[in-house]
Design a binder for this molecule. Structure first.
Ligand code: S3P
Length: 185
């Protein structure tokens, strides 16, 4: 039987972009996926921090969210223009219509879905996320679900994750991607 990794590598001709809310596992699962496929992995927030020489929190605090979103759009446009890779943008990037047009036209999109209690637990592990500072995480994430799920829904591959390790989610994702590419290539 052909392995999912071989099926994916035989068909993949565009970048894979991970979508989902904060805490859904985009960076961890995306990184593992890239490792399995032998592809580069890029975390867009990390690239933004390099470009600005500032942390995401400091960009929000010093320049405000609109400036962050503008930089985010530029960085993602650059990342999308090079070789095939796995990209994990921040969860809000796809809400910019230009970024969404680009990603949905040029990438294979994956929505990592997780229940609210899991997102609340995972995002509570650190204080890095400016949108969650000084508020009730459950309320904020619940509201973001309402705003963003209609856009995440457009992803080609949906993966419901649970409390299992990211390695398990990555294995499941490989199978889903292989099935999707086999059916749609
Ligand atoms: C954001 C998500 C964060 C980061 C920023 C804003 C969002 O990335 O880009 O704090 O709007 O959902 P992660 O989704 O990787 O946490």
């Amino acid at each position: 039987m052909t392995r999912p990794v071989d099926i994916i590598n035989a068909h993949l001709n565009r970048p894979i972009v991970m979508l989902g809310l904060m805490g859904a596992g985009k960076t961890k699962v995306g990184g593992l996926l890239a490792q399995h496929l032998g592809l580069p992995f890029v975390d867009a927030d990390h690239e933004i921090e390099l470009a600005a020489s500032m942390s995401i929190s400091d960009i929000f605090e010093t320049h405000g969210e609109p400036a962050f979103r503008d930089l985010e759009r530029k960085v993602i446009t650059r990342l999308m223009s090079d070789d095939i890779k796995v990209i994990a943008p921040g969860g809000g990037a796809i809400m910019n219509p230009q970024t969404a047009d680009l990603i949905f036209a040029k990438a294979l999109t994956v929505w990592l879905k997780a229940d609210l209690d899991i997102l609340v637990e995972r995002t509570g592990r650190n204080e890095k996320r400016p949108l969650l500072k000084g508020g009730n995480r459950e309320d904020i994430l619940g509201n973001l679900m309402k705003q963003r799920y209609p856009v995440y829904e457009r992803a080609e591959v949906h993966l419901q994750t649970d409390a299992s390790a990211p390695e398990i989610a990555a294995e499941r994702l490989l199978i889903k991607l292989a099935e999707h590419l086999k059916e749609n290539s």
